[in-house]
Write a protein that binds this ligand. Structure first.
Ligand code: GLY
Length: 353
């Protein structure tokens, strides 16, 4: 069993356990109190044995999909909890991917002004990224994750075997984030020895399914180090957004269909790296290594058909824009990135050619 701890200067602690079969042994990590389970319709069908371990009045099942990550589902969950007279000493368990985890996390941070939260992520993306570090929330018609809070789960129970039921689309969603961690590894922790770039070079896509524990442990450890030092996203935590400033317009322009989040991030990493090469920040050799790795894991083989002007326009509406200059994370050396605050639209357009 692997155990990783996030422990911040404000005394916020998250214990993360990575162990096969946790979906069956999780009760060993719980206390003698009331637990409310939040999950979705798909997982309820896939894991009935897990769901039946909870009192049925305390199981809340929401619809599956990003489009349900909204205020209506938030209200639905809150009403169910209040109907069942949740108390402050009770606990919420989020069993699901990013939608369930983010929504349940926000519910836990707000119902009765906060109850204990336990995350049990079921997707690669949630295990490696979204369930760690306390970003919670839901989407509004004005954009993604615009309502939310920072609220760390007390415990995060990760069972890599849950990924056996993951489809290729969901796997790629997570894989994009795994590659992101490879390219930011030394910025997350300069002493890190996971050497994710080498690991991804040495392995083949088909091998990854047998190496999930190592991959999850590496990403979680890197993120835990970042969150321990900068939970509220002062400066350091921003590095976790590598590739995302390009990815958000790509996802929006494809109406969040067809292009997975991981693929959008991978394309974002490619264009940010191209910009770094154009500006002479990295050499052509490192740029080619990045592109080769993204291609090897089949994350950038879909051709994006967006007009570069449209991408730039959306990027310029981003909250990271000041005086028409955008803040962008660029690679500066193998496994290292840095934030540049003076990128103008012609440079972005040039990277998209
Ligand atoms: N997924 C980025 C973060 O947690 O900060």
């Amino acid at each position: 069993m692997d155990k990783i701890i996030i422990s911040t200067s404000e005394n916020i602690k998250s214990e993360i356990f990575i162990e096969d079969d946790l979906r069956n042994t999780f009760q060993e990590y719980l206390e003698d109190k009331k637990y409310f389970l939040i999950t979705n319709t798909k997982l309820a069908k896939l894991y009935p044995g897990f769901i039946y371990k909870f009192n049925k009045n305390r199981v809340i099942i929401i619809k599956d999909g990003e489009k349900y990550k909204n205020i209506k589902t938030f209200e639905y969950i809150i009403n169910k909890l209040l109907e069942q007279k949740i108390e402050r000493k009770d606990s919420i368990i989020a069993f699901g991917g990013g939608v369930v985890g983010d929504l349940a996390g926000y519910v836990a941070s707000s119902v009765l002004r906060g109850v204990e939260l336990i995350q049990m992520p079921t997707t690669l993306l949630a295990m490696c990224d979204s369930a760690i570090g306390g970003k919670t929330g839901f989407n509004s018609k004005y954009g993604k994750n615009l309502i939310g809070s920072f609220y760390c789960a007390n415990k995060i129970l990760i069972d890599p075997q849950l990924l056996n039921t993951l489809n290729i689309y969901q796997f790629k969603c997570g894989l994009g984030e795994v590659l992101k961690y490879a390219f930011i590894e030394k910025s997350c922790n300069k002493f890190s020895e996971f050497n994710l770039i080498d690991f991804l070079k040495e392995n083949q896509k088909e091998d990854l399914k047998n190496q999930l524990k190592f991959i999850i442990k590496a990403c979680v450890s890197l993120k835990a180090n970042v969150v321990t030092n900068d939970r509220l996203e002062g400066d350091l935590r921003k590095i976790l957004n590598f590739g995302h400033t390009y990815a958000h317009p790509f996802e929006a322009l494809s109406n969040y269909k067809g292009l997975s989040h991981g693929e959008a991030v991978a394309h974002g990493i490619k264009y940010a790296s191209k910009l770094a090469m154009i500006k002479g920040i990295i050499n052509e050799d490192y740029y080619n290594q990045i592109v080769l790795l993204l291609k090897k894991y089949e994350l950038i083989n879909k051709k994006l058909k967006f007009k570069k002007e449209e991408v730039v326009k959306l990027m310029m509406h981003d909250k990271k824009v000041e005086n028409s200059k955008i803040n962008l994370l660029l690679p500066i050396a193998p496994s290292e990135v840095a934030l540049f605050d003076n990128i103008d639209s012609p440079s972005i357009e040039a990277s998209l050619l």
